[in-house]
Write a protein that binds this ligand. Structure first.
Ligand SMILES: [Zn+2]
Ligand SMILES: [Zn+2]
Length: 552
């Protein structure tokens, strides 16, 4: 081990001990060891114990630990603390400007155990009230966390979309007249993406031509690997202009889709074609949009001339599942409503947290009625725009909802979601959801698995049973549009549609700008074949009112 590595190990030891409230003097001694070892000009590996012991701030105990590291690459004390600290919390110690005191607060007080969960907590403004935090600190932390995640090897689609479009634009102005397109998973709008992939129709493209817009350029198979100026991973592929269509098609398809496509046309050669249109016509198929080039079922639909007209953001007429300052949102009910109206939507579903959600300032009964009164006033003022009285009711452990019947009755509709006791086996989780779905007041099932993409898997459920129960009870299923959730997973949309279940693309907005997350929900929903007709909040105000009134 180098001196620097050894020094950093002591820094890490001090930090991790701080998380566990260990003796301050001990912690200080490890931090001092870090400082003096880092600056040492002689390699520790060449020094005797006696010599090491003479270094300022290095006592007998520390000499022993250095020796452990030099001999075996590990230190027993550190390994013990590591075994008592979740991996995600250890990872947080590597984030610049996020110290052990704050990490301890989010771990112990909020129960957060990973960076993804922490980002989500930031998104829901959970840190503002936390000791030592505030709105500004929360905002700073958000940037730090996003940066940290960007530097790792997978991204939420939402964090690559902007950089990818920007890079595409830069390349187009750098290479006028050359055909250039996004390709790969990002072109298919996959929920999780490992890098930006771009195809350039110029086979003699050089690193110099890319040097202005990209960094860390290296030759790679079929092109270059590189990083954007902000550190996002990029693959650039090159090809002859005459074969652009064939290559674009090939790089844009998932492995499953490509295999099914090729197998369906034995003997046909799809290489050397200039456009994707030419590829599809050669296969005697209508054009299939990139989002659908994931699974073979899209090919079956294309063959039967039954490709759906996919839902678009502009089809959405209402914004359901939103939070205000009544619970854990950043903006007031009035601000949420006027903003949504300004964006030309016809209605807003205000679904703050219910009373069990103490961590999210969930609404006690009197505040429910207070909010309803305010909604009545605002509805008069903002007509014909309408705010619906709703609640995101916690699904309690036994599957029941969070208020007495007379309160439940007063809402226009109820979204039922699981927020606590997430550790369940499939049978328990499925039953808990089904009990909530069978409750006559439930109209929408919120984020069905509770997953947080790239950080929390979500409890296991029997999707078919849950969807069947929704079909039987006239309950719609949410596709939570927050790019960290995108839950219901799009792969279950075809089954839901087959059963006649409506999908609601809900932003779960915790601020007014949060409603724009519906963009990501729509992209994900399109992958599952959602149409405007099968999307609950594509209904006009009067159609939606009718859906509510007709009950279940
Ligand atoms: Zn929720
Ligand atoms: Zn919510």
């Amino acid at each position: 081990m180098t001196n620097k590595e050894i020094a950093r190990t002591f820094q890490f030891l001090g930090n991790i001990m701080e998380l566990h409230d260990e003796n301050k003097f001990k912690i200080r001694s490890y931090q001092n060891a870090y400082i003096s070892l880092r600056k040492l000009d002689r390699p520790l590996a060449e020094m005797s114990d006696e010599e090491i012991g003479k270094i300022k701030g290095v006592g007998k105990a520390i000499v022993g630990k250095i020796r452990e590291l030099l001999d075996g690459g590990q230190m027993a004390t550190l390994e013990r603390y590591k075994s008592e600290t979740p991996a995600g919390i250890q990872e947080m110690l590597g984030i610049k400007g996020f110290g052990p005191k704050k990490i301890k607060a989010v771990w112990k007080d909020l129960g957060v155990q990973s960076i993804g969960e922490l980002l989500y907590a930031v998104n829901e403004n959970r840190l503002i009230e936390l000791n030592g935090f505030g709105k500004k600190t929360q905002e700073d932390l958000k940037h730090k966390l996003e940066y940290f995640q960007r530097s790792k090897n997978k991204y939420h689609y939402a964090s690559l979309e902007g950089p990818a479009e920007e890079l595409l634009k830069q390349l187009q102005s750098q290479l006028p007249g050359v055909e250039i397109s996004l390709t790969g998973a990002i072109r298919r709008r996959a929920n999780e993406v490992s890098r930006i992939e771009i195809l350039v129709g110029q086979s003699d493209l050089t690193a110099e031509q890319l040097g202005e817009v990209l960094e860390e350029l290296a030759s790679a198979k079929n092109g270059f690997s590189a990083k954007t100026k902000d550190g996002q991973a990029v693959s650039i592929y090159t090809c002859e202009p005459a074969a652009f269509g064939s290559k674009l098609f090939r790089y844009s398809a998932s492995a499953d889709f490509l295999q099914a496509f090729v197998e369906a046309s034995p003997g046909l050669d799809f290489s050397g074609l200039p456009s994707e249109d030419a590829v599809f016509s050669k296969a005697n198929l209508p054009f299939i949009v990139p989002e659908l080039r994931e699974q073979a079922w899209a090919l079956d639909l294309a063959r039967a001339q039954q490709l759906p007209t996919l839902v678009e953001l502009s089809d959405l007429k209402g914004v359901l599942h939103n939070h205000s300052t009544y619970s854990d949102g950043l903006h007031s009910l009035r601000e949420m409503a006027t903003y949504t109206k300004e964006q030309a939507y016809e209605y807003l579903g205000m679904s703050d947290h219910s009373k069990s959600a103490f961590y999210a300032n969930g609404l006690q009964v009197e505040r429910v009625y207070q909010q309803m009164e305010e909604i009545d006033q605002l509805n008069e003022e903002l007509a014909p725009f309408r705010i619906f009285k709703s609640i995101e009711s916690d699904i309690l452990n036994d599957g029941s909802l969070d208020y007495e019947e007379d309160v439940l009755k007063a809402f226009d509709f109820i979204i039922a979601s699981v927020h606590t006791n997430l550790r369940m086996d499939e049978a328990k989780a499925t039953q808990r959801l089904i009990t909530a779905i069978e409750n006559p007041f439930t109209r929408i099932l919120g984020h069905p698995t509770g997953r947080l993409l790239l950080s929390r898997e979500g409890y296991p459920i029997d999707h078919k049973k849950v969807i069947d129960a929704c079909a039987e009870n006239g309950v719609a299923i949410e596709l939570n549009a927050n790019p960290y959730r995108l839950d219901l997973d799009w792969t279950w949309i075809p089954y839901a549609l087959e059963k006649g279940v409506l999908i609601s693309v809900n932003p779960d907005a915790h601020s007014k700008e949060g409603i724009h997350d519906m963009h990501f929900g729509v992209l994900s929903a399109r992958k599952g074949g959602l149409t405007a007709e099968t999307c609950l909040n594509a209904k006009s105000l009067s159609e939606f009112e009718k859906w509510l009134k007709n009950g279940r």
